[in-house]
Design a protein around this ligand. Structure first.
Ligand code: 13P
Length: 253
């Protein structure tokens, strides 16, 4: 029998958010969360690094976790401008996103580097959200499952468990475009990811959370969250305000 998996709804603010308005949105989200009893899902905000510390303060006493959007594969050293996983842990992060398609595209990150980053996240005792997803051209060529399978094999390090790893499937063409795959398409890809995770990580792979990401909004969240093997969402644009993010969180609460 498939294990019961507690969903994760994660907001990735990307390079958005200034202190005053950003923290106000985080507090408003916490207020809405505070009104419900026991939450049925975990909620996470990944603001830009500049807001991690103040957001941690602003969310104290709430059930909203914070996470980083990237980290270096090493714990420290001469790497100007980078942040390490132990630094993110030090500031109160519970999760770190690695391998987002924007990092893969803007910074030429390979699956090999992403695996090293995920290892660094694990070594720091944090949870890695490892992103994979095909481009529009790859989907058109019918290569979706092959591309995603390859990224999965190369980006996930040994030692992934249901506790320390979350996989996020984000079709590149669905990010920030308003386009989403059909529920059947999502079911096909998530089913294939689950099968691979089971084969490689056995029971841990069966219990790992698989998030869908790419143009998730209040209006489509319930349908996407109901798809088999979808255990939550990684949300970009619609996570920036509590008004937009709360209806998505509410589908799992
Ligand atoms: P959007 O929700 O803005 O499409 O972004 C998705 C994403 O990339 C989350 O990491």
């Amino acid at each position: 029998m498939a294990p019961k998996i507690r969903p994760l709804i994660a907001g990735n603010w990307k390079m958005n958010g200034l202190k005053s308005a950003g923290l106000r949105e985080a507090r408003n989200l916490a207020k809405s969360m505070g009104k419900v009893g026991k939450a049925g899902c975990e909620v996470l905000l990944c603001p830009p690094a500049t807001l991690l510390a103040p957001m941690r303060e602003a969310l104290k006493g709430s059930r909203i976790a914070i996470g980083g959007q990237d980290c270096h594969g090493k714990a420290g050293g001469a790497h100007t401008g980078d942040l390490s996983a132990p630094m993110l842990k030090d500031i109160g992060c519970a999760y770190v996103i690695v391998g987002h398609s924007e990092r893969r595209a803007d910074h030429g990150e390979s699956s090999r580097e992403i695996r090293a980053k995920a290892e660094a996240v694990h070594r720091a005792g944090l949870r890695a959200i490892i992103c994979i997803g095909e481009t529009a051209a790859e989907r058109k060529r019918g290569q979706t499952l092959a591309v995603v399978g390859k990224q999965l094999a190369a980006s996930l390090p040994k030692g992934c468990t249901a506790k320390n790893t979350v996989v996020a499937y984000e079709p590149v063409w669905a990010i920030g475009t308003g386009l989403t795959p059909t529920a059947d398409d999502v079911a096909e890809v998530h089913g294939a990811i689950r099968a691979r995770l089971r084969r490689r990580f056995r029971d841990e792979g069966a219990a790992m959370r698989l998030l869908y990401g790419g143009s998730v909004k209040g209006s489509n969240a319930a349908e996407l969250m109901a798809v088999a093997n979808v255990n939550g969402a990684l949300v970009g644009g619609a996570s920036l305000t509590a008004a937009d993010f709360w209806p998505i969180v509410a589908t799992c609460i």
